[in-house]
Write a protein that binds this ligand. Structure first.
Ligand SMILES: [Mg+2]
Ligand SMILES: [Zn+2]
Length: 168
């Protein structure tokens, strides 16, 4: 059983540019790759939990999301770091693509993405936590029974080190 760190994507791992799906527009946050590598080394499972309502809104396709995530893991791999799994919500009740325009249980602040990881992996929940940049991220963490920490920008690796030190 391993602890897990749940990372929001936009605004935590990468600069939030709004409905980002093209790798040309992707920009890592400072310290993001180092943070993931550090968490890998400390024995954490590392998951991304991200709302991607751009799929429901018709701005991009689910394939674009998974392709970007595969590319991100490729970039991380160049530095010996990895995300263990990306969990994303493609839904939105106001969406224009019927199959995704549904009320789901995975869009944060609901905890469905985190609970999906709990169902698929042997996670030590008490030692797990989430890092997000919005209140909806922290609400999802609380609903899943884990602690959430709000990242207001800056160096993600320094932030993770401070969180880890405070917890141990
Ligand atoms: Mg965010
Ligand atoms: Zn959803």
């Amino acid at each position: 059983m391993r602890p897990a760190v749940f990372l929001d994507r936009d605004g935590v791992l990468n600069v939030d540019k709004g409905y980002l799906y093209r790798r040309e527009d992707f920009e890592w946050m400072p310290g993001a790759i180092a943070a993931v590598k550090r968490l890998n080394g400390m024995g954490y499972l590392v998951f991304v939990v991200t709302n991607q309502s751009g799929v429901a809104r018709g701005y991009y396709r689910e394939n674009d999301v998974t392709a970007l995530h595969a590319w991100m893991n490729g970039q991380l791999g160049l530095h010996g770091a990895r995300i263990d799994k990306f969990y994303y919500c493609p839904h939105h009740t106001e969406g224009s693509v019927p199959e995704y325009a549904t009320a789901c249980e995975c869009r944060k602040p609901l905890p469905g993405l985190i609970l999906a990881a709990f169902a698929e992996w042997d996670v030590d929940r008490a030692r797990s936590f989430l890092v997000g940049d919005k209140d909806s991220d922290l609400a999802a963490a609380a609903a899943a029974g884990i602690r959430g920490y709000k990242f207001a920008g800056g160096d993600l690796d320094e932030f993770i080190q401070a969180v880890h030190a405070a917890r141990n």
